[in-house]
Design a protein. Sequence first.
Length: 135
Amino acid sequence: MPQADEIYWLLPRSLRTPGRARTLVREQLASWEVDDAQAATAELLLSELVTNAVRHARAPQGRDLGVRLARYDGVLRVEVADAGPAVKLTPQVVADCDERGRGLAIVAALAERWGCCPRRHGIGKAVWAEVPVRG
């Protein structure tokens, strides 16, 4: 039977949330004994997705973000759901001197697969990224 692990958190949409999400994911991946390099990649992916949701989600104030971490069949999936509408996401091309706008380009470069889909339960969308994982 394939190994499957999953955890889900509801976090407020605030400027502090990316840091909190990184801490939660780091601790969870350590408990699953995920390789340090793979854990660092997953943490960075999740941080970018949470930051994008905090900054750009067109959702009513007070709506929480759903943060999901799942490991199954050699894949680690990070997912962030918000109440904003599902949209087609494409990485931006930014100038070297730009300090913002690289989030999805980082996700596209590091993830084996990534995308956006309607939220499984409730309104909004989920943006996800997957990386291979050993163990």
